[in-house]
Design a protein around this ligand. Structure first.
Ligand SMILES: Nc1ncnc2c1ncn2[C@@H]1O[C@H](COP(=O)(O)OP(=O)(O)OP(=O)(O)O)[C@@H](O)[C@H]1O
Ligand SMILES: [Mg+2]
Length: 366
């Protein structure tokens, strides 16, 4: 497919310092028009700074921001094709819902009748038809969040910037609202850039995800690829529930890398496109749901290089799933996640074997 449409957002060599604090180092990022893009990462990593710089609330220290191919680095927020949903509700308490939604249009000088029409349509879009006369305090948290969304959407900009839009909601409501946001974005077809530190939320809504940590864009890709095939150790650690094991390369044999762990045991991993030499410090990761737990010794399906022996530690029952913790002499337990409960119920300190399919263990060289 060839397309000449410029990217909705292009960030080039972006750095942002607050005095001596380096909030962003050298971020390069392209977000396509109509994409649902998520900035994901731990607290203090620089997500809000990046979003606000895209929206024009911060000036870059270095680098530039292009929106639809136009350099907007020196334009104020209201001159950009963006609107922003802030983390706090930030609704005007003395105005009713309709007035809150129409506030931006009023400031822009739109006639009362047209303002009312557009604001009513925006409320309908977020499922709040009939709530226009209420005051913010007469709404639930999720409804207030939707009013905020309507207030940003009513401006009919091409790019919606959402900073932790669901952070104040309880788990159940957050899940529902996640899907609503996703469907809304699909319906209106504009570009969404959504900041969160919650990886489940990110996975639910995102077409693509960028991991932001410590001022760097660590890795970005399609949501599913970030989950299934993380490249960096940080990503493996932050997304999903990975067992991350550090070790040293023992041998490289064509496409198989043998890694020695601190407990003296060795594991085999596919090299993929990585360049490694014996002696290199590397890490390995495997998702907890891909690890099998067996109490037979030896476990019939466990293959050398693709299994570890250990002692059973404990079960953490989480309802839908159970996490089995196993001490493999690495200073931290490995986790095996199963749906429901594990039929055999090993006893504490009972010898067990953990094993996995050869391709499922990932090698990281960062
Ligand atoms: N106005 C400011 N002055 C000085 N330092 C700031 C300012 N705003 C943010 N920082 C610092 O910049 C870094 C990045 O902050 P930012 O708010 O972008 O992180 P974040 O990823 O959004 O975090 P959170 O998930 O907690 O919202 C942090 O170290 C923060 O302390
Ligand atoms: Mg933030």
């Amino acid at each position: 497919m060839t397309t000449t449409k410029p990217a909705a957002v292009e960030v080039r060599g972006l750095a942002k310092h607050y005095g001596s604090v380096v909030a962003l180092r050298d971020v390069n990022l392209t977000i396509g028009a109509g994409e649902y893009f998520v900035l994901l990462g731990p607290s203090g990593g620089g997500k809000t700074t990046l979003l606000r710089t895209i929206g024009g609330f911060h000036k870059p220290t270095k680098g530039s921001v292009l929106l639809h191919g136009q350099d907007v680095s020196h334009l104020p927020p209201d001159k950009r094709p963006t609107s922003m949903v802030f983390q706090s509700y930030a609704l005007f308490p003395h105005m009713n819902v309709l007035q809150n939604v129409g506030y931006g249009l009023k400031v822009a000088g739109m006639s009362k009748a047209e303002n009312r029409e557009r604001s009513t349509a925006a409320l309908e879009m977020v499922g709040l038809t009939g709530y226009g006369e209420r005051k913010p305090h007469e709404l639930s948290g999720g409804q207030q969040q939707r009013v905020q969304l309507a207030r940003a959407m009513v401006l009919e900009r091409d790019i919606l910037l959402l900073d932790e839009p669901l952070a104040a909601l309880d788990a159940k409501l957050r899940k529902d609202m996640c899907l609503e946001l996703k469907h809304l974005q699909e319906k209106v077809g504009i570009t969404f850039v959504h900041v969160t530190h919650n990886q489940e939320e990110a996975m639910t809504v995102a077409d693509r995800i960028a991991l932001i940590a410590d001022g760097d864009l660590v890795e970005h890709g399609r949501a599913r690829d970030i989950y299934r095939t993380p490249d960096r150790t940080f990503t493996a650690d932050f997304v999903g529930e990975n067992n991350v094991l550090s070790g040293t390369v023992d041998a490289v044999d064509d496409d198989i890398v043998t890694v020695r762990l601190s407990n003296g045991k060795t594991l085999a991993a596919d090299r993929r496109e990585k360049t490694v030499q014996p002696g290199d410090a590397v890490s390995l990761s495997i998702r907890s749901e891909l690890v099998q737990l067996a109490t037979d010794d030896p476990a019939p399906d466990a293959k050398p290089g693709h299994s570890l022996g250990g002692r059973y530690h404990e079960a953490v029952y989480l309802g839908l799933t159970t996490s089995h913790m196993v001490d493999v002499d690495l200073g931290h337990d490995m986790v095996v996640r199963v749906v429901g409960e594990f039929g055999l119920e090993p006893k504490k300190d009972e010898p067990v074997t953990l094993y996995w399919r050869p391709g499922d263990l990932r090698l990281h060289t960062d």
